[in-house]
Ligand binder design. Structure first.
Ligand code: SAM
Length: 220
């Protein structure tokens, strides 16, 4: 278990200032970033880098997303305290902890078993209780649908129909979609049973979303 020192809080305040300067406006999102100790997700040797606005390797060829990306995606979700949200790509668990600051009803699914096990251990250690799942999140979580919000933290080749079908009416899917090297951030809002509105935002670079509606078809 790591400790959260005064110097870390100062570094988080500086990070939040950077995010504000880069255009993040939702004060609840900024407060969540200021609250979650990002250095808890880093090996001891890299602690000093935890509050740089950069993605960072977490093993298994995966990354903890850049704080700006976490803030941007979370802002797009327009989370309400009663929302039930699904995160696809638990990774280190950092984004999940940011979501937990905004609503207690967080479901998160990770495809990579060693990362899944590590994240579950982390949540237990720090007394956090998201609903955790191991498997192909590109298919969503049909047994637990519908969701008010879905956030995908890996780059998809297209918008998985299975995901939009798991949104409540009025629900929002935030997903990076594009090629393997660059993706546009999309916000899909389910406006009625069969209608969806799509907004396109700027480019990001994510690791690929794997799975049946992702870049390959792994067998579990
Ligand atoms: N949200 C994470 C965090 O805060 O650390 C960062 C996620 S990392 C950029 C993307 C994650 O998506 C990786 O951990 C990867 O293993 C996972 N992933 C890729 N395809 C997936 C799938 N089909 N289902 C669930 N997780 C998947």
């Amino acid at each position: 278990m790591q400790t959260d020192l005064y110097k870390h809080k100062g570094m988080r305040r500086a990070l939040v200032k950077q995010l504000r300067d880069k255009g993040i406006r939702d004060e609840r999102v900024l407060a969540a970033i200021e609250t979650v100790p990002r250095h808890f997700f880093f090996e001891k040797a890299f602690l000093e880098q935890a509050y740089q606005d950069k993605a960072f390797p977490i093993g298994e060829g995966q990354t903890i997303s850049q704080p700006y990306t976490v803030a941007f995606q979370t802002e797009l979700l327009r989370l309400q305290p009663t929302d039930k949200v699904l995160e696809i790509g638990t990774g280190s668990g950092y984004q999940c902890c940011v979501l937990l600051q905004l609503t207690p009803k967080v479901y998160t699914i990770e495809y990579n078993k060693p990362l899944y096990d590590k994240a579950v251990k982390f949540f237990r250690t720090y007394g956090l209780f998201p609903h955790t799942f191991h498997g192909d999140g590109s298919l969503g979580l049909p047994a637990h649908a519908p969701f008010d919000k879905i956030i995908v933290t890996a780059g998809a080749p297209g918008i998985p129909k299975t995901l939009v079908s798991q949104l409540n009416i009025g629900g929002i899917l935030v997903i990076p979609v594009g090629g393997e090297t660059s993706q546009k951030m999309l916000r899909i809002t389910r406006t009625s049973e069969n209608e969806f509105a799509q907004e396109v935002f700027t480019d990001f670079k994510f690791v690929p979303l794997l799975g049946k509606s992702g870049w390959d078809k792994p067998s579990f």
